[in-house]
Design a protein around this ligand. Sequence first.
Ligand code: PLP
Length: 280
Amino acid sequence: MSRVPVILSIAGSDCSGGAGMQADIKTSIALGTYCTTVVTAVTAQNFKGVKGVEYVGEKMLRLQLRSILDSIFPDAIKIGMIPCLEAAEIIKEYIESYGLTNIIVDPVITATAGGSLSNETLDSTFEIARLLYPLSTLLTPNIPEIRRLSKTNVQISSESVRELMDEYGIKNLLLKGGHSESPVCEDILYLNNGDIIAYTSPRIDSQHTHGTGCTLSTAIACGLANDKSLEDSVAQAKYIITAAIKNGAEYPVFPEYGPVHQQPPITLSRICAQGRASLP
Ligand code: PLP
């Protein structure tokens, strides 16, 4: 009997339900994948900002990882908020000792609603990067995140992306174009073999984008868990996030700004059939 594909989300909890682990679970359900979770931090936030963050301690982090990995081995992993260096060290240890693969790392640094999700220094951000990025199948930075990692404020070129990949031993990198000024939203996949693939969607004018990064990275993990190639998983995830942003704009939770909505596939296919988004 075949079993349902399983992903593991290693992420922070967002009590507003829009981003973090909550977004990962909703995305996974929408894609028919079972989602196990290891919570790294509990955040208190709403759509106006982050009010507080508490890290999960070493003992509890280890216990969650061991409980899951000893019983429900994940087909793919999504790593989101890593609140401190110690958490990164523990996660690296478990990835290596359990031989985990298909790892998508979303380099979460600040919350969409405003406010830092970590009180770590910039130096420890780079140390976390050195520990975890070489273990990842794919890193999914947005433009502010890649600028921070590249220590630059100027426009990011293909050369600077490749330099960053070499510096941190990143195998594949998806540079998300959501923060660009362009009238279309272009995400660019830089592959290990030197190939570059662009995924383009119309830019949707919306303030309801809380959870976009989490949704995209989890949707890619779900694709890998379903034995899709990385290229096809990114194409599927691009479709899902475009539909989820559209849903968030059309059915807002909060009037001014708020989360994207990951809908069940049946709704996604209806949106597609209506020609509002195109399938990969
Ligand atoms: N993880 C947590 C716990 C968060 O609270 C947030 C944003 O608020 C994120 C990740 C990143 O969210 P987004 O998907 O909007 O980039």
